[in-house]
Each structure stands twice: as C-alpha cells, then as structure tokens.
Design a protein around this ligand. Structure first.
Ligand SMILES: [Mg+2]
Length: 121
C-alpha cells in the first residue's frame, strides 16, 4: 500500500483528506506543522507528501529547503490556497513534483497523486 503524509495546519482539511485518501486505498497520515514532518520521517518515509505552504512555524518552503539540505529524497505535491505562478515556480525549483490549489478538487488531486507516484523520481 502506498503511503501519503499530509502536512497542513488546517486540521479539518487533514481529517477530511485522510479519510478520502484512505477510502481510495492509500495509507494516509497527517501532521499539522512543518517541524512535525521531521519527527514523522524518523519512523517512516512515506511515498508522497502533500505539503501546505502557509503554516505557522516552519512553512512549506522551509520544509522543501530542509529536504534539499538533508538530501531527503521524497516526492512532494504542494497543496496551497496561495496558488500563484511564483509559488508554483519556487516550489518546483525546490523539488516539488506538482502543485494543486485549495480548495482542491479530489478527483483532480487524485489524478495528480497517481501521476506523481508513477514517476521514477
Ligand atoms: Mg496553511
């Protein structure tokens, strides 16, 4: 079973999205801030991370930056309400595989998740 970690400070979104992903056959978990990601990764490396950009404390860009610094190889889709061209470009430069704007359409998100998981890297 492929595993997905949701990283978002919106607890309601995390709960709903975890249920949606579980229903379609993924092993889903969530954390609510950027620092908690690294604690989570000590125990398990998920196949994919859905990453919010705006979070209190360590934001999404800082998380991506730290992945690069620590050479943590993990697929990331950025999921954010602040979808704009600049954020998309910056996320891609920092290693994100794709970019989805909130509020997300689950079917669209699912297509993107499957596409990213099928890629070799
Ligand atoms: Mg947020």
């Amino acid at each position: 079973m492929e595993s997905i970690l949701i990283v978002d400070d919106d607890v309601n979104l995390c709960t709903v999205l975890t249920d949606e992903l579980t229903e379609v056959g993924y092993e889903a978990a969530f954390v609510n801030n950027g620092d908690a990601v690294f604690d989570f990764l000590k125990n398990k490396l998920p196949d994919l991370i859905l990453l919010d950009l705006k979070m209190p404390g360590k934001d999404g860009f800082q998380v991506l930056n730290e992945f690069q610094e620590k050479r943590i190889k993990i697929k990331v889709i950025v999921l954010t309400a602040y979808a704009d061209v600049k954020s998309a470009i910056n996320s891609a430069k920092m290693g994100a595989s794709d970019f989805i704007s909130k509020p997300y359409d689950f079917d669209e998100l699912l297509i993107t998740i499957r596409k990213v998981l099928q890629r070799d890297s």
